[in-house]
Design a protein around this ligand. Structure first.
Ligand code: CU
Length: 184
């Protein structure tokens, strides 16, 4: 799960995404048109801080009473050194953790916090997605509704903090891989 792109292309994509349409972004970054593309219409979809690029942060609508929500995005490190996603914030949540999913000895898939954060190696892209690495929004203060946008931040060990906007996709979009995401 890695590809490299020239810095100039990333910079251009970021500017285009901020000023114009997601459609323009899609033509700049072929990988963005994968089947699970989830960027909301009109929402800025690419964020940069230092050598880190964050693409299309999104979350999913939650049923009433849910206390947690997942945060998903694609993170690319164009720099020469590894960096780590170590924290963040989310407007509707009281806490934020970085989680991984893994299958235990009992063959049950579980999530656990990455105490040292999620490493993004030089030149690599890491996808946070249902069933895999994800941001975990804790202590949700209200249900998330499909179509809304929520502000947040992402904090990287070296690159620092970047403000992002999460778009909330409908429940079940895209379908989570087998194993699901039931927890807490
Ligand atoms: Cu989690």
């Amino acid at each position: 799960m890695a590809w490299t792109r020239p810095r100039g292309v990333l910079g251009t994509a970021a500017i285009i995404a901020c000023l114009t349409l997601p459609a323009a972004l899609a033509s700049e970054t072929p990988q963005a048109s994968a089947p699970t593309r989830v960027a909301a219409e009109g929402a800025p979809a690419v964020y940069r801080v230092g050598t880190i690029t964050v693409e299309r942060p999104w979350s999913r609508a939650t049923p009433g009473g849910a206390r947690v929500a997942g945060g998903y995005m694609r993170i690319t490190n164009a720099g020469p050194e590894a960096d780590r996603l170590v924290g963040g914030t989310f407007a509707a949540a009281g806490g934020f953790e970085v989680h991984e999913m893994s299958v235990g000895a009992d063959n049950v898939m579980r999530m656990r916090p990455l105490a040292a954060g999620l490493e993004i190696k030089p030149g690599e892209t890491v996808e946070l997605k249902p069933g895999g690495y994800h941001a975990m929004m804790l202590d949700l203060q209200r249900p998330l509704k499909a179509g809304e946008s929520l502000a947040g931040t992402l904090r990287f060990e070296k690159a620092g903090t970047v403000e992002v906007t999460y778009t909330v996709q409908p429940l079940g979009t895209p379908a989570a891989p087998a194993g699901g995401h039931s927890h807490h």
